[in-house]
Design a protein around this ligand. Structure first.
Ligand code: MG
Ligand code: MG
Length: 255
């Protein structure tokens, strides 16, 4: 069952999304060589709470593992997703993915963005542009008349045409009262897949391509959370929460 949201519920999700966007706006300005990812986490937590929301990721449960211990996920270079903020200083040339979730009056906003630290090399530039472009290509397909797999296909093709690979073990998702709801929104179309659900007005999705320079395969570190590329090459992640409206997708995680 894919929950459909009413206009009033989407209005609340818009508020949650705006808080997430405020965090990104603030962190984007702080990200430079010499700052630690723990400082970014602390600032994000402060902004989320100042707006009467709670950080959705903090204490997020994980079957058989510890709950997620931080307010945001910060994934640097070869880390794909679910990285822990730490005392590590950012260095020029790093790429840093910040994933932010905020719960406001029971509704979740979820958005990730990958930022360059100082000057980055050409390959990293192309990776960021391919991953962000794949997100927009997916959003463009998120409308009534299409199926969820049309989003998946657009993302996969955009990435493959640029010579990068799409991560398969982690996916986009429905979002609303919970961070992860039906349906799963894959970033690729598996061979022989069953027909995916039709997209309907009132559905809300978090679309989130995770794109690698090398292999799509991943590995999880012993902390139980941090997901890295199997070959140690770099990865990027862009995500928006969107709502399906009569006239097309509306991005909720914006100011
Ligand atoms: Mg996210
Ligand atoms: Mg998400």
């Amino acid at each position: 069952m894919i929950p459909l949201k009413s206009k009033a519920e989407i209005a609340l999700m818009r508020e949650a999304g705006r808080i997430v966007a405020r965090v990104h706006q603030a962190l984007r300005d702080m990200i430079k060589p010499g700052i630690t990812t723990a400082q970014l986490n602390a600032r994000a937590d402060e902004i989320i709470r100042a707006h009467g929301a709670t950080p959705t990721f903090l204490g997020y449960p994980h079957t058989g593992k510890n709950d997620f211990p931080y307010s945001v996920c910060i994934s640097v270079n070869e880390v794909i997703v679910h990285g822990f903020p730490s005392g590590r200083w950012l260095e020029p040339g790093d790429i840093i993915a910040v994933d932010v979730g905020a719960t406001y009056r029971g509704w979740v906003g979820d958005s990730a963005w990958t930022y360059p630290v100082g000057q980055i090399d050409n390959e990293a530039e192309r990776l960021l542009s391919a991953t962000e472009g794949a997100l927009w290509a997916g959003i463009a397909q998120a409308h009534v008349g299409n199926r969820v797999s049309d989003i998946s296909r657009a993302i996969e093709q955009y990435v493959n045409q640029r010579g990068f690979t799409v991560v398969r073990e982690y996916t986009g998702h429905g979002v609303g009262r919970k961070m992860h709801e039906e349906p799963q929104v894959l970033n690729y179309v598996p061979r022989g897949a069953r027909r995916s659900p039709e997209i309907k007005v009132g559905m809300t999705f978090a679309l989130e391509p995770m794109v690698n320079i090398g292999t799509w395969r991943t590995r999880t570190l012993s902390d139980g959370w941090t997901v890295v590329t199997a070959d140690g090459k770099r990865s990027a992640h862009f995500e928006h929460t969107i709502a399906i409206m009569e006239n097309g997708p509306e991005i909720l995680t914006v100011l």
